[in-house]
Ligand binder design. Structure first.
Ligand code: GRF
Length: 201
C-alpha cells in the first residue's frame, strides 16, 4: 500500500471544509493524512477541529511581521518554511483569507490547491457567495458554483481548474440558504478532487 498523501491545510475560519477532508480521510475515501493545519487567525474554529482530530494546529499570525520591511514577502516566506517542514504533497487553501505571494507559491509549484465558492472566472476575492447572491437579485446571473483549482504563481482565484460544479439559486433563497447549498457542494467536491489528484499522482 502506498503511503497516504501528506496534506497541509491553510485556514482562516470555521473549517467546515477542513472537516470534510478529515472525515473523508477517516472514512478511507481519501488516501491522505492531514499533517498540519495552519491559520493566520487564532480564533479560527478550524484550529479547534484540527486539535480534536489530533492534528498539529498552528496559529501563525501576520501581526508580528506587519512592521518589517517587505512584511508580506517575509511573512509568506516564513509561512512557506513552516509549511515545508511538514513535507506536504499538497497544500490546500480551505477558506484561507490572505493572498499568497510568490514568496510562498514558488516553494510549492503545482501543489497548492484552492477552493473558491463561485464558478471559474466569477467573483474572485472575498464574499463571493454574497456577491453572487446580489448579482442574482439584480437578474445578472441565474446560477453560481464551486470551483477547485491549482494556484499559479500570481493569483489566488484563478489558475488551472481541477473541478467545478454549478449551484442553482432559487428566487426565494435567503443568503443563508444559498451559503448552505454552496457549502454542501464544496464539502463533496473538494475531497473528491483531492482524491483524483492523489490517486493520479
Ligand atoms: C468556503 O466557502 C470557501 O470556498 C471560502 O471560504 C469558505 C470557508 O469555509 N474560500 P470553511 O472555513 O471551510 O467552513
Amino acid at each position: 500500500m502506498p503511503e497516504p498523501a501528506r496534506l497541509v491545510i491553510l485556514v482562516s475560519g470555521g473549517g467546515s471544509n477542513l472537516q470534510a477532508i478529515l472525515d473523508a480521510c477517516e472514512r478511507g475515501e481519501l488516501p491522505a493524512r492531514v499533517v498540519a493545519v495552519i491559520s493566520n487567525r487564532g480564533s479560527a474554529f478550524a484550529l479547534e477541529r484540527a486539535r480534536r482530530a489530533d492534528v498539529p494546529a498552528i496559529h501563525f499570525p501576520f501581526a508580528p511581521f506587519r512592521h518589517l520591511p517587505n512584511a508580506r514577502r517575509v511573512y509568506d516566506a516564513a509561512l512557506a518554511e513552516l509549511t515545508a517542514g511538514f513535507q506536504p504533497d499538497l497544500v490546500v487553501l480551505a477558506g484561507w483569507m490572505r493572498l499568497l505571494s510568490m514568496a510562498f507559491l514558488e516553494r510549492f509549484p503545482n501543489r497548492v490547491v484552492n477552493l473558491h465558492p463561485a464558478q471559474p472566472g466569477a467573483f474572485p476575492g472575498t464574499h463571493a457567495i454574497e456577491r453572487a447572491y446580489e448579482a442574482f437579485r439584480r437578474g445578472e446571473i441565474s446560477e453560481t458554483g464551486v470551483m477547485v483549482h491549482l494556484v499559479p504563481d500570481k493569483g489566488v482565484d484563478d489558475g488551472p481548474v481541477l473541478a467545478w460544479e454549478p449551484v442553482p439559486i432559487y428566487p426565494d433563497d435567503s443568503l443563508a440558504d444559498l451559503e448552505a447549498r454552496v457549502h454542501q457542494v464544496e464539502h463533496r467536491l473538494l475531497p473528491a478532487t483531492l482524491r483524483r489528484l492523489i490517486v493520479k499522482a
